[in-house]
Ligand binder design. Structure first.
Ligand code: F6R
Length: 591
């Protein structure tokens, strides 16, 4: 995974420092920078997040060539030595790397046999040593070395590389992991994403897979298999949103409470006359598609479960797949299917693998994303933005809700069913009601914070909400939890119910109300701690929290907010790092 950044030009350090903070969503277990000082390559790196790093190395660095890295460990544990950048054996090169080299062990052994020694356990150190080896053995042309190295390496990799002998050049190579060039005023940049460098750059250059080259402070040279390429600039209307906490204790809390606004913004954007998001052919073609196949990971997959149920009203069949399952075992249904990819970041490698397969087979794709400039956006046939502004907390909240909202608005554009809009407005009201009663949820969190195990029960949409509620509680509060369709409980899971288990049951559907209530009774007589999350008109004997009544199609928007608060407050009681839970990253760019 990881975020890489580099810059060249006068006083570049501050920009790179800011960029590293913005790249932290790609990993935060260690951080490092490298630059040339006094004719030597300096490397500073340590485990911990970006704040820890700059608190430790608090002095500004005076340099005009620098690379930086935020890591999410893949090869080699998260420690100081495995942190990037990595220096080559003879200290001629330093490198930052995003990606995974599959054949690094074999190359590492070859290099060790030729006298190279390694400090780290990473695959990245192999790349920098291989470059150095080719450099010292050959004609000392770094571009040549990059070409040779790329034909030896198997896997995904984007790198930025400092060459001690050429302090006015910053080299790069890109394969599959994202990388772009940013052009500033007498300064140029490399970064994993536009967000990291958007405020310093006037224009950007996309780098294609297997392009390589170098930047100087005012020129950019990109090569492919045919030699030097003509540079194509793209001016992006990327709006950098300065995202501070605005008085909130955590981003997760702030982002939960932005949800009513996010729904409203999407309603406004998607109901504008002639909005640009539905290209003519998409709305015309949608009737021709006989099957909609949803693909996503984590919360985006959970949103896909809801979207698949919502698709019933379009009289099309629909299926939902976890991206990493689909890419390994691709399934195509229908004669003329369309694929909907769900990814708030637009950078998730598991999704990218799916879209690459789909593009090869020429299937149309619709991407729902919070990043119109992402890798997935570039590869999709159609892009529907989910207008959530930047989501900083690792746990998705507002983007989950936004995906469901945007799909409902898409259905509205197709069916012109105005009840969808009124339902969305009622959902906003019901969510505001939950926000005003959040202390009730905080009290519930206090009761479950020390439990080892939580079960979420529900049917249909309520079961889908359980999936998201369970994921949120696991990832922020580290409580082992399961989502179970309530009818399944008696087929096994009920065996571990006793008074150490909390059971949250979501009730949104009058049609299954009584059946689910029976399941709760079965749990209650076995000692389970019952929490029923209902609607005001669906009263149970043990209501813990009743939401305002809303249409079934928007119940996930409303009840997920209960689930987000539950996870948030439980983690808060446990004094956990809510915005950056252990072992996670905001964007999962490895498969
Ligand atoms: C959970 C969470 C993750 C992401 C998943 C997909 O709170 O945020 O499960 O939903 O990693 O990420 P995107 O949507 O960026 O593809």
């Amino acid at each position: 995974m990881c975020g890489i950044i580099g810059g060249i030009g006068n006083n570049i350090f501050d920009d790179i420092k800011q960029g590293l903070y913005r790249l932290e969503y790609r990993g935060y277990d260690s951080v490092g920078i490298s630059y040339i000082f006094d004719n030597k390559i300096v490397v500073k790196k340590r485990s911990g997040n970006v704040d820890d790093f700059f608190n430790h190395y608090s002095q500004n660095v005076n340099c005009n060539l620098i690379i930086g890295h935020t890591r999410w460990a893949t090869t080699g544990i998260a420690n100081d030595i495995n942190a990037h950048p990595h220096l080559s054996f003879n200290s001629f090169f330093s490198i930052v790397h995003n990606g995974i080299i599959e054949n690094y062990k074999e190359i590492k052994n070859e290099l060790i046999n030729k006298g190279y020694a390694f400090k780290s356990d990473t695959d990245s150190e192999v790349i920098v040593n291989l470059i150095e080896k080719y450099y010292l053995d050959g004609n000392k042309d770094v571009l040549d070395c990059l070409k040779k190295v790329s034909s030896r390496l198997i896997g995904n990799f984007s790198i930025a590389l400092i060459d001690l002998n050429e302090p006015n050049r910053l080299y790069f190579y890109k394969r599959k992991s994202p990388l772009l060039v940013g052009v500033g005023k007498n300064k140029n940049y490399l970064a994993s994403d536009i967000y990291a460098i958007s405020t310093f750059c006037e224009k950007f250059i996309d780098i294609s897979d297997d392009d390589y080259g170098f930047i100087t402070s005012n020129e950019v040279f990109i090569y492919d298999g045919n030699g030097l390429k003509k540079i194509k600039y793209c001016k992006q209307n990327f709006e950098y949103v300065n995202n501070d906490l605005c008085g909130y204790k955590h981003y997760m809390l702030k982002e939960i409470e932005e949800i009513p606004n996010v729904i409203q913004t999407n309603i406004d954007e998607y109901t504008k006359e002639n909005n640009r998001y539905y290209p003519h052919d998409l709305l015309n073609k949608i009737n021709e598609f006989d099957c909609v196949i949803f693909i996503g990971c984590g919360s985006s997959y959970n949103a896909g479960k809801i979207l698949s149920r919502l698709t019933d009203c379009l009289n099309k069949s629909s299926f939902v797949f976890v991206a990493s399952e689909w890419s390994n075992y691709p399934k195509i249904y229908g004669k003329n299917p369309v694929f909907v990819i769900l990814s708030q970041s637009g950078e998730t490698m598991d999704d990218i693998k799916c879209i690459d397969i789909l593009n090869k087979k020429r299937y149309p794709t619709i991407l729902l994303t919070n990043n119109e400039y992402s890798t997935l956006a570039k590869k999709s046939t159609y892009v529907l933005p989910i207008f959530s502004k930047n989501e900083v907390a690792v746990a998705s909240t507002k983007t989950y809700v936004a995906m469901i909202t945007v799909y409902l608005l898409f259905i509205f554009a197709i069916t012109k069913d105005k009840t969808i809009l009124s339902n969305l407005r009622s959902a906003i009201e019901a969510i505001n009601d939950i926000i005003s009663r959040k202390n009730e949820i905080r009290n519930i969190a206090n009761k479950i914070k020390d439990l080892q195990s939580v079960i979420f029960l529900g049917r249909c949409y309520d079961y889908d909400i359980c999936l998201e509620a369970s994921l949120k509680l696991k990832e922020t509060a580290y409580i082992n939890s399961q989502a179970i369709p309530s009818g399944e409980l008696k087929h096994g899971p009920i065996a571990f119910v006793d008074d150490s288990v909390a059971i949250f049951t979501f009730f949104s559907d009058i049609n299954t109300f009584l059946a689910t209530l029976n399941n709760v009774e079965e749990v209650k007589i076995r000692g389970g701690n019952i929490y029923n999350i209902t609607n005001k008109s669906l009263k149970t004997p043990n209501d813990s929290f009743a939401c305002m009544d809303t249409d079934l199609r928007v119940c996930a928007l409303v009840k997920s907010v209960f689930a987000f608060y539950l996870a948030y407050y439980t983690a808060e009681y446990k004094k956990l790092p809510i915005d950056k839970p252990r072992n996670l990253a905001k964007s999962v760019t490895v498969d």
